[in-house]
Design a protein around this ligand. Structure first.
Ligand SMILES: NC(=O)c1ccc[n+]([C@@H]2O[C@H](COP(=O)([O-])OP(=O)(O)OC[C@H]3O[C@@H](n4cnc5c(N)ncnc54)[C@H](OP(=O)(O)O)[C@@H]3O)[C@@H](O)[C@H]2O)c1
Length: 331
């Protein structure tokens, strides 16, 4: 029996100094640093870890399409990177992940403007403390961290397949924080998880990523998860009171933003990951999935629930395909 529960271990880690520099064991070789001709679609590139990662991908020559809810932040980012020069290019697309209609409209624009998608990075995330629901009435963390990336991925999937080899990178967290995903409660709650909703949303994304990796096996499109570690960013901007003081301490202990960004960029560009699919890299090394995510029956329940929730935003073809996939994975 371990001395500390996973929750206590994670809490303790938040107050322990984290890596100051990217792990030199994984420095990308020069050949992997050339992303000329590759298109990377990137959510959450307007702030925090994602913003730094987008700068790195741009410097490596990628064409980066940044999806974000703030046109102002998007314009500043595009101006900054363009002024920096270099081989890459960058474009901003308005996309509020708290609205599934906005996600669908954005996906339509991307499909109309990008002949290929070599990588999709679902990096955006929130740790919302508010009761304010998403535009579609879902709990905010659930909407932004789970439903939106699942929908976006589904809508861009054919273009990713056609661009194979291609990669999907989903940002996770230390999901062990949650002992188990309370599916009974989730299925019974109209707006979906109220308790531990941040970790629950990321655990659900872990499950969806495992299934998608299996569905796409052999297609040349890989699906992997990244827990970036404890990184200085604006993720905890919504904390209040004593928690805000805690956040101050955590910021000092956390790794610099570049460390997290480097981890994401490696997952996009490292040739060591060619053909590798269905894994979780926690910080710098692979880690087993959460026990619940390893359970096919739990995954099936969440998949069926999700397919139903997303049906209004998926075309008929996609909805039918979802049903076919459910059958294939269950069989
Ligand atoms: N930092 C950590 O220690 C840590 C640990 C584990 C996992 N993560 C994960 O790493 C990822 C990046 O987080 P971060 O730490 O860099 O946080 P951050 O500094 O708060 O950045 C979050 C990004 O997500 C975007 N975003 C949030 N809500 C959105 C919405 N409704 N529509 C569109 N974009 C939205 C933000 O856009 P705006 O610029 O408009 O705010 C921003 O670009 C997240 O998935 C997070 O869960 C972070």
């Amino acid at each position: 029996m371990p001395l500390l529960s996973p929750k206590a271990r994670i809490a303790l880690k938040l107050f322990t100094p984290q890596r100051r520099r990217p792990d030199p064991r994984h420095t990308l070789p020069e050949a992997d640093r050339n992303l000329a001709g590759r298109t990377v679609v990137f959510t959450g590139g307007t702030d925090g870890i994602g913003r730094v990662a987008v700068g790195m991908l741009h410097a490596m020559g990628a064409h980066v399409v940044v999806l974000g809810r703030s046109a102002e932040k998007g314009a500043v980012l595009v101006r900054e990177l363009t002024a920096r020069g270099g081989p890459g290019s960058v474009r901003f697309e308005a996309c509020d992940l708290a609205s599934l209609t906005s996600v669908r409209d954005c996906a339509d624009r991307i499909l109309a403007s990008c002949d290929r998608i070599d990588a999709l990075v679902n990096c955006a995330g929130v740790n919302a403390m508010t009761d304010r629901p998403s535009a579609d009435g879902f709990q905010m963390n659930w909407a932004v961290n789970y439903l939106a990336p699942v929908l976006l991925t589904r809508l861009l999937l054919d273009r990713l397949r056609a661009s194979a080899p291609a990669r999907i990178v989903n940002l996770s967290t230390d999901t062990l924080y949650l002992e188990r995903l309370d599916l009974d409660a989730i299925e019974g709650t109209p707006g979906l998880p109220a308790k531990d909703s941040y970790a629950a949303s990321k655990l659900a994304l872990e499950m969806a990523s495992i299934d998608l990796a299996r569905e796409l096996d052999g297609s040349g499109v890989t699906v992997n998860l990244q827990h970036p570690g404890y990184i200085r960013s604006n993720l905890l901007r919504n904390l209040r009171g004593a928690e805000r003081v805690m956040q101050g301490v955590m910021r000092v202990m956390a790794s610099p933003t570049e460390v997290g960004a480097d981890r994401i960029v490696r997952q996009v560009a490292s040739s060591k990951l060619d053909g590798v699919t269905g894994i979780l890299i926690a910080e710098d090394d692979p880690r087993p999935f959460h026990g619940d995510a390893q359970d096919p029956a739990t995954r099936e329940r969440i998949r069926r629930l999700t397919d139903g929730l997303l049906a209004p935003w998926l075309g008929e073809d996609e909805t039918l395909r979802g049903l076919a996939v459910a059958g294939k994975l269950a069989g």
